[in-house]
Design a binder for this molecule. Structure first.
Ligand code: ZN
Length: 285
């Protein structure tokens, strides 16, 4: 088995070079970042003119796929048309910012939380998300969009594999859509990754297709199966536990995907230690 592509969600303060330095400091081979502020303001630190050079450096250094995270504020399933329009335009702009990275040969994705239906019902929510993504992909399609598996907190859409499959089904440009598998969220949503790993992966393959899964958010879960809380824990310190992560990093299909830690940085070396821990669990044979 080859080495893992792994790293954490990093701050963009200071721009592209500072981002890469943070990744080197944690010993990462992949990472994530927000392309703009959590409230949707464009980042001044990330100069679009230098995106291509950044991509070329990542490629030259052998990085795994980048999995950029869209801001939480986007809600393609919302009631308010103006806010939906903002999410569509902002996501298209994010794709435009990142496209030179992919054009430089560096595999790149943008991950989004599908959206919350805010009482309109899951069916309507899923349809609004597909429609919104169709509009995004008509404007900008240089980077594939990944829908994140959600914990099912509140009125989140994408709380099970069927809802994600429904959203994907409604998208015209399927070549530009994929899935991010969040270990905490999937467990929290009620899939027993601890006791029935093969069964959950079988369902994922049957309902969505394993080849549609392009990235992993690798997080332990503070709460138990089916709790819909979405509270990440540090690796090995939650309800998923080390045997699960050992299974994951030795799964020949999942271990090829970029793994992004979204765990709390308890100390400045937390992520470096978590990366080392996960790599140590992989059998290098
Ligand atoms: Zn997320």
């Amino acid at each position: 088995m080859t080495a893992l592509f792994i790293g954490s969600h990093l701050s963009t303060a200071g721009g592209w070079n500072a981002l890469l330095k943070r990744s080197h400091d944690e010993g990462g081979t992949a990472f994530a970042f927000f392309p703009r502020s959590p409230y949707g303001k464009r980042s001044k630190a990330l100069d679009p003119a230098q995106a291509g050079e950044f991509g070329a450096r990542l490629k030259a250094q052998g990085y795994g796929p980048l999995v950029v995270h869209a801001p939480y504020v986007y809600n393609l399933a919302g009631k308010d048309e103006a806010k939906r329009q903002f999410a569509i335009e902002a996501l298209a702009e994010d794709i435009e910012l990142l496209t030179p990275i992919r054009e430089a040969g560096q595999e790149t994705y943008i991950n989004i939380h599908p959206g919350s239906h805010v009482g309109q019902g899951a069916e309507t929510g899923c349809r609004l998300i597909s429609d919104g993504l169709n509009r995004v992909l008509e404007r900008a399609s240089g980077i594939p969009v990944l829908l994140e598996t959600m914990a099912g907190k509140g009125t989140e859409c994408g709380r099970n594999f069927e809802e994600l499959a429904t959203i994907v089904d409604g998208i015209d440009n399927k070549a530009n859509i994929g899935i991010t598998f969040d270990t905490c969220h999937v467990f929290d949503a009620g899939y027993d990754l601890v006791n029935n790993y093969d069964d959950v992966m079988g369902q994922l393959d049957e309902i969505i297709g394993l080849d549609t899964v392009k990235a992993i958010h690798v997080n332990d879960s503070q709460f138990g199966l089916d709790s819909h809380k979405d509270r990440h824990a540090n690796i090995g310190e939650g309800q998923l536990g080390i045997p699960f992560f050992k299974r994951l990093v030795n799964d020949p299909i999942m271990a090829r995907l970029p793994m992004i830690l979204e765990t709390k940085e308890q100390t400045p070396t937390t992520h470096r230690e978590e990366i080392e821990l996960l790599c140590s669990l992989a059998n290098h044979s």
